[in-house]
Each structure stands twice: as C-alpha cells, then as structure tokens.
Design a protein around this ligand. Structure first.
Ligand SMILES: [Ca+2]
Ligand SMILES: [Ca+2]
Length: 260
C-alpha cells in the first residue's frame, strides 16, 4: 500500500513538472526583432519628440511633469507580437502605446496606425487611427484595475489583421482590422511617472501562456493544485480500501474455529 501511494505521488509530481515545462516553451527567442529593457539606464536608439524621459531606474519613464512626453523607436513590424510591462501612475492622463505607426506628421506626432490606450476608467483599449479619424476597436478591464498597477501586456497581430490582447498573459480581447499592414515606428506617449519596460517585439504571432507569477496563480498553479489533490485523494481512498480488506482478513483469521 505504501509503495502504491509513493508511485501515485511520483505520477503527480511528473504531471506538475510537465505542466511547468510546457509553459516555459511558449516564448522563443529566434523571432525577436528588437527589444529594450533599459537595464543599462539609457534609451539609446530612441527619439524624444516632446517632453523628456529618464531610464535611471532601469525602465523608461516620462519625466516632464504635467506635460505630454513622447518618444519613438524605429520598428517595421506590422504582424507579430509586441510584449511589454506598463505602469499607470496616479496622474490624470493615460499612457498610449502605438505599436504600429506608419507616418509622423510635421510636429512628429504619430499619424496612422494602431495603439493601446491604458485607462483606469475605460480599461485597455485598442484603437485604429488614420489621422483624420480614430476608432475604438474594443476594450477590456483587468480584474485588478489599472491605476498604480503594473500590467504585462502582449498584443499579437497576424497577417490577416486579427489582433489578440493578453493582459497578464490572459487572453482578454480579440479584434480585427486591416487598415494598415506596414509600420515604421513604435511610439510611446505618457505623462510623468508612467513607465514602460521589458519591451520585446517579435516578427511572428506567439502563443501566449501564463509565465508570470500572476498567470501561474491564475491558471497553472490552480491546475497543479487540483492534480495534486486528486492524486492524494485517490491514494488515501486506495489505502483505506486496502486497510479495510487487510482488517477483514485478520478478523476472518481470528474467527476461524481451531482445527481439530
Ligand atoms: Ca528594466
Ligand atoms: Ca539602452
């Protein structure tokens, strides 16, 4: 009985290991086009068009108070995966992440492309902007809210214009738009103290699975816990049945009349 319980536990552990190792396979490195984590405390390669920024805390942070801060990076990806962390400071205006931008106007403002608006009131929204018009394609509100929170966002877009937005690795919004299939820039606009970090841009649509602690708690840890509990319950029930059978046998042995 003891040996059987050990083998049940071993199978459980193997199952949990399989779940965790499968999740770590989800993000490859071959398709990275560009990335910046600002851990070198500079934002070399970026161009500031308004206000100012700082990277002194190993992250890109709007630095001019009560004013728009705008910065861009050359990025020609229009289908793929954009992954980053963003922090919404407790200031009135919201950060915008233009992940696809085709042209900058004469004052170096983004003109036509797709953007994420990260608002404590409206949620994370996907917008399309063609300069003359802008349209909200959809929004989602993260369960933990947005103000003074770090969010990990992944947005994917395939060549047919299908976009998936993952908030903390959970699929939260799907929209379709074919207005733009090219890009020249990645553009970030924010007020002071809003932050972006750990930007990775891939030229392919990645399958996104929970990799953060939040995601693990949300999904994989939950599955692992259920599996472990099931294994323990099965082991205990099996043990009780075997114990009862053994007990019954010993009673039969005791009740057996002495042979003559
Ligand atoms: Ca960093
Ligand atoms: Ca740098």
């Amino acid at each position: 009985m003891h040996g059987k319980n050990i083998s049940f536990s071993f199978v459980g552990l193997a199952f949990v290991f399989l779940i965790f190792s499968t999740s770590s396979l989800s993000v490859g490195t071959n398709s990275i086009v560009w990335e910046d984590n600002f851990d070198d405390q500079n934002y070399d390669g970026w161009t500031v068009t308004e206000g100012s920024f700082t990277a002194q805390n190993d992250q890109l942070e709007g630095a001019t108070a009560d004013e728009m801060n705008r910065i861009f990076y050359n990025s020609n990806i229009a289908s793929g995966t954009w992954s980053f962390d963003i922090y919404h400071a407790d200031v009135y205006y919201c950060p915008y992440v233009w992940f696809i931008v085709n042209t900058l106007d004469s004052s170096l403002l983004p003109w036509d492309g797709y953007l994420l608006h990260i608002s404590p009131y409206d949620g994370v929204e996907i917008w399309v902007d063609d300069g003359a018009d802008s349209e909200n394609l959809g929004s989602c509100m993260p369960s933990g809210g947005i103000k003074e929170k770090w969010l990990h966002l992944d947005i994917t877009r395939d060549t047919s214009g299908h976009m998936c937005l993952y908030v903390n690795s959970i699929l939260s919004l799907e929209v379709d738009s074919v207005n733009f299939n090219t890009s020249s820039y990645f553009y970030f606009t924010c007020y002071d103290r809003h932050v972006i970090d750990n930007i990775i841009v891939y030229d392919e649509v990645l399958p996104i699975t929970p990799s953060s602690l939040f995601g693990l708690l949300e999904l994989e840890l939950l599955i692992a816990c259920i599996v472990i509990i099931l294994i323990i319950v099965i082991g205990v029930v099996y043990g009780i049945i075997r114990w009862k059978q053994a007990k019954k046998k010993s009673y039969q042995f005791l009740e057996k009349p002495p042979s003559e």
